[in-house]
Design a protein around this ligand. Structure first.
Ligand code: GLU
Length: 552
């Protein structure tokens, strides 16, 4: 009679290492008490999803704050779904958020003693573990064809039986080893399945760092652990890798909770101590109809991290915003700490809100405004240039041509106690500040936006007089001069006075300022007019006024 050992040797003749050898090759890490070893384990199947950024941020933070290790493992065993080059791209995107691992897969190379960190390079390690399970009779080759599996499912459905490959429905589970050997020798294709001793009517207790302890049905499925392409499935690779890479805390999306019973069994069958688990909430959004749903790669631009990077959102703001989703006490903390020293914040699983993972772009913009308002002009310049160098050639040219001019522009109502919070991204910034540049100004003049209730003659008169406004005066005095011109030309000195007696006036002081604003900036909304005039300088102010007058 063929023994389990003989069968295992037939399947993996080239494998001589044992689990004990692997234990020695990957010894427990020498880390301080309480240090957490976390990992981010992306599959190279596309862009960096906002949810993945959220997960990796949490992994890194927890490792850092406990003096542990954060590493990256590339999970590329699903070769059909793999997108060439996406692993490297994911790493590059993460780097823009300062999420850099301590070890592991780094895109173009690997670092660390627990590798390889790319699953497709770990085939031998998985084989050692599977060989062990085969020898123990805890795994077996399964020869079921697709047709047999389809028939099984159809029968189960017709008879209202829980579907799957388990217990009495696991048709190759109890084949004699002799027969298994014969089939393998004759070249019958097979996969290897785990032999589950569980029963789905039993409940087991599992523990999650966020959800606590809860009961869940035991696994009874003989899941595939080794595919015909020679690679393991996610479940099996998870058990082997997180054990031999010595992960202490597996942080992953809550969609994996339902697989936990499988994982618990696999760890036990392999004789490994299971790690701690923290299943983090999936990021949702409230859609147009007011319903909550998962961020969708197809429907939601905010599902892809690249959307924010391409539009020049400060990466810091995105991270801070994601932290508010992770921990309910973070928002108050970051305000108290004036949006700095985020590394001092202690993320904790206790403070995770399970139903609060709602992505709110307006709130992200609010955070981004807070952050950008705290930057000085040099920092703003550097950030703008960094963005423009990658994504906006034209903006880059303006920035490089005259750095000091940009800094003056961006410094309007900045570097003060109560800075203006008007920018939340760098994408489109040139459209907002472009009027400061003479060539852009000349190409954007639009006299049709002047208030139609004020005649062109009056506009011309006002502009002619306002060219002499003196910006070397204090702002209040400058404004008093502007007001005086308005009053002399028939405008009320305040909106209130105007409203009380509309017939007596042509408009109010706000209308007067608007005439000047449109003439100098080509738009109705612009930064502080006094500062604009100062930056443009007398000569340019006069040139613009002349130009507008000539067009009216
Ligand atoms: N490769 C898996 C995924 O992308 C990783 C899940 C995990 O972190 O264990 O969903």
């Amino acid at each position: 009679m063929v023994t389990n050992k003989q069968l295992a040797d037939l399947i993996f003749p080239e494998i001589h290492e044992t689990i004990d050898d692997l234990e020695k090759r990957f010894p427990p890490r020498n880390l301080p008490d309480g240090a957490e070893v976390t990992r981010f384990a992306p599959s190279p199947t596309g862009f960096l999803h906002t949810g993945s950024l959220f997960t990796s941020m949490i992994c890194k933070k927890l490792a850092n704050q406990s003096q542990g290790v954060f590493y990256i493992r590339l999970e590329d065993t699903d070769t059909k779904r793999e997108i060439e080059g996406s692993g490297l791209k994911l790493l590059e995107e993460m780097k823009q958020f300062s999420i850099v691992p301590d070890e592991g897969y780094l895109g173009d190379h690997e670092e660390g003693n627990y590798g390889p960190y790319v699953q497709s390079k770990r085939a031998d390690i998985y084989k050692v573990c599977i060989k062990y399970l085969l020898e123990q009779g805890k795994a077996y080759p399964c020869f079921a064809t697709q047709a047999e599996l389809d028939e099984l499912r159809a029968n189960q459905e017709a008879n209202k039986i829980l579907p799957g490959y388990y217990g009495p429905y696991a048709i190759y589970r109890d084949l004699e080893n002799d027969e298994r050997m014969e089939k393998i020798k004759s070249g019958t294709p097979y996969v290897i399945r785990f032999r589950s001793e569980g029963n789905h009517n039993n409940k087991i207790k599992v523990h999650d760092m966020i959800r606590g302890t809860f009961a869940i049905a035991e696994n009874d499925q003989d899941i595939v652990i080794y595919k015909s392409d020679g690679l393991p499935t996610y479940h099996f690779a998870h058990a082997c890798d997180d054990h031999f890479m010595r992960t202490t805390t597996v942080i992953r999306g809550e969609e994996w909770i339902s697989s936990l019973p499988i994982h618990v069994q696999l760890f036990e069958a392999l004789g490994f101590k299971a790690p701690q688990y923290a299943h983090i909430p999936v990021i949702m959004k409230v859609d147009e109809n007011g319903n909550r749903r998962k961020l969708s790669k197809r429907k939601d631009v905010e599902a892809a991290v690249s959307y924010f990077l391409d539009d020049g959102y400060p990466s810091e703001a995105i991270i801070m915003y994601l932290m508010t989703i992770a921990n309910s006490n973070f928002e108050e903390w970051i305000f108290q700490n004036n949006f700095s020293h985020m590394e001092d914040f202690k993320l904790s699983f206790d403070k995770f809100s399970l139903d609060g993972a709602l992505f709110d772009i307006v709130k992200l913009q609010f955070f981004a405004k807070e952050i950008l308002s705290r930057k000085n002009k040099q920092e703003m310049y550097d950030l703008a240039l960094e963005f423009a160098s990658k994504r906006d050639e034209r903006f880059k040219e303006y920035l490089l041509k005259n750095p000091e001019y940009f800094k003056e522009i961006i410094n309007i109502e900045r570097e003060s106690e109560n800075p203006r919070k008007d920018y939340y991204k760098f994408g489109g910034m040139l459209d907002i500040i472009g009027f400061f540049y003479n060539d852009i100004y000349d190409n954007s003049i639009d006299t049709s936006i002047f208030n139609p209730n004020i005649s062109h003659d009056v506009i011309k008169k006002l502009l002619n007089r306002m060219r002499d406004l003196d910006t070397s005066k204090e702002k209040n005095d400058w404004f008093a001069d502007l007001k005086a011109i308005g009053v002399e030309e028939g405008f009320a000195e305040s909106n209130k006075i105007y409203k009380a007696n509309k017939e007596a006036y042509l408009g109010h002081v706000g209308d007067v300022a608007e005439v000047l604003r449109i003439a100098l900036t080509t738009r109705k909304n612009a930064p502080d007019l006094y500062s604009v005039m100062k930056i443009l300088g007398n000569k340019e102010v006069n040139r613009r006024i002349d130009k507008i007058i000539s067009l009216l």
